[in-house]
Design a protein around this ligand. Structure first.
Ligand SMILES: [Zn+2]
Length: 126
């Protein structure tokens, strides 16, 4: 089943929670006259997670793939003044960021050092 506006908004909010504070999430659907749809983008959404994160989610993506993509891009927030130098998604107790992987229908965050799964996130949409 293709993703919907509402589903993408839910996933974006779930990803944003990984930053740990209240952040602003905007979901922008591509339109029929979107000039980018002919440059390989197709149908989908641009998700803005303030501060500094912008992710393209294709309408063909599965919920878990979309969530993994969103969480993986949270790293871009560390380029902003507000989150400068912060590792996101965080690896509890460590300075580095956790690695984002897909395990079945869940997104898992894995410590790159110990190899242990530090968090499991189940998409709130199916
Ligand atoms: Zn770690």
């Amino acid at each position: 089943m293709p993703l919907t506006d509402g589903a993408v908004a839910v996933l974006a909010q779930q990803a944003a929670e990984q930053i740990g504070t209240k952040v602003d999430v905007r979901v922008q659907p591509s339109t029929e006259d979107d000039p980018y749809r002919w440059s390989g983008h197709g149908r989908g959404w641009t998700v803005h997670i303030d501060p500094g994160v912008e992710v393209w989610i294709s309408a063909d993506a599965s919920p878990v793939a979309a969530l993994a993509e969103l969480v993986d891009h949270l790293d871009d927030a560390s380029e902003t003044e507000q989150y400068w130098g912060r590792a996101v998604p965080a690896c509890p107790g460590h300075q580095h960021r956790a690695r984002v992987e897909i395990d079945g229908t869940d997104v898992v965050l894995r410590c790159p050092e110990s190899g242990e799964v530090v968090r499991r996130i189940t998409p709130d949409v199916r």
